[in-house]
Design a protein around this ligand. Structure first.
Ligand code: SAH
Length: 339
């Protein structure tokens, strides 16, 4: 096992399992996430035999940064994993802090028609340590702490649920990366059983739903997951999420020219969301050379926005980061693999 992939509570269980006191877990976490040691030998407050045992059971192997592309307020990192696979993460400098978009899988099986990450199928899930290390390496490269995390990179996080939750526990822990649950957002295309499980978690993590269509017929065309989990069942699961957590949902809606951006769609979306505690993030589509979809015209996006507003829906148009550095959704990995 990799030490960066185990939560505090599981490390406590491990220590008890080898006949040691569980409070050592907090000490070890401090060495890893506060002092940022590179070797277990740097630990000075544990008995030699405990350190040796940990060394024999855990590795500290790191993924590697193989490319960084930077623009003024955005940096894109390409990572290489132990098996030569690649994933990417994006750092965005906001006025409220530094936010990182992490990947959760190598590739993706959801098959959304507009998405570069899904063009090639899932190769494998990321281990929790591979998600944690994206953040550790970015913090090291940047020399600053990350304040916000969104799981919106390559992959469907709810298709890698257990590793996702372990990752969230590690970065959320005060002894880990100390990123507040309210500063963590998980985005899903709508895997209902996992939305239900997520609703029952004690963590106050935010949930974002990639909706992208106001009805089944449009959603079926661009998001195959909708055929398995149709819109009315999805909305029902979101209502349940809200009633259990009291947390406002984010609805992501990519603006695709001529596909889902008509005034009729805006009215339909307003009806669908009216009375529900959510806010809509309209996302200008990032065009990619391998996929034929086009971004909606700015005028169309404004009209769409106005209709939602008029109907009392909370809505924003997403500020764009990194368009000029292939920071859009799986494009850097694709470029690398093509080379
Ligand atoms: N699988 C998860 C999370 C990863 S995708 C999900 O579906 O939510 C993160 C977001 O980026 C999703 O809303 C996805 O639909 C969107 N996205 C994918 N390709 C995009 C593109 N080219 N331009 C803009 N958004 C895109």
């Amino acid at each position: 096992m990799n030490i960066y992939g185990i939560s505090l509570e599981n490390l406590e269980l491990y220590l008890e399992g080898i006949g040691e006191k569980k409070f050592h877990a907090k000490q070890i976490f401090r060495w890893l996430y506060d002092k940022r040691i590179n070797s277990f030998d740097e630990i000075t407050d544990l008995k030699k035999n405990v350190i040796e045992k940990i060394k024999s059971d855990f590795s500290m192997d790191m993924i590697k940064i193989v490319k960084v592309e930077k623009s003024e307020d955005t940096s894109k990192y390409l990572f290489e994993l132990y098996d030569g696979e690649h994933v990417e993460a994006v750092l965005m400098m906001h006025d409220y802090g530094r936010s990182v978009c992490v990947s959760s899988q190598v590739g993706c099986n959801m098959g959304c028609a507009f998405c570069e990450s899904g063009r090639r199928k899932k190769v494998r899930n990321l281990e929790s340590y591979e998600m944690v290390e994206q953040l550790l390496l970015i913090e090291e490269e940047l020399g600053q702490r990350i304040s916000h995390v969104v799981v919106m990179g390559i992959g469907e996080p709810f298709d890698n649920y257990d590793n996702l939750i372990e990752f969230i526990k590690i970065i959320n822990s005060n002894y880990g990366l100390s990123i507040g649950a309210r500063h963590i957002t998980v985005s899903t295309c709508g895997i209902i059983p996992k939305i239900k499980e997520f609703s029952n978690l004690e963590l106050q993590v935010n949930l974002a739903i990639s909706l992208h269509g106001p009805n089944d017929s449009i959603r079926n065309k661009i998001m195959p997951i909708n055929i398995v989990y149709p819109l009315d069942e999805l909305m029902e699961s979101l209502d349940e999420y809200y009633s259990k957590t009291n947390r406002r949902l984010t609805i992501e809606y990519i603006m695709l020219d001529g596909i889902n951006d008509s005034e009729i769609c805006a009215v339909e979306l307003s009806k669908l969301l009216r009375g529900r505690n959510c806010y809509v993030n309209l996302i200008p589509y990032n065009e990619t050379k391998n996929i034929q979809f086009k971004r909606s015209k700015m005028r169309q996006i404004s009209t769409f926005y106005d209709i939602l507003k008029k109907n009392g829906i909370n809505v924003t148009i997403r500020r764009e980061f990194g368009g000029n550095i292939s920071a859009a959704c799986g494009q850097l990995r694709s470029k690398e693999e093509e080379i």
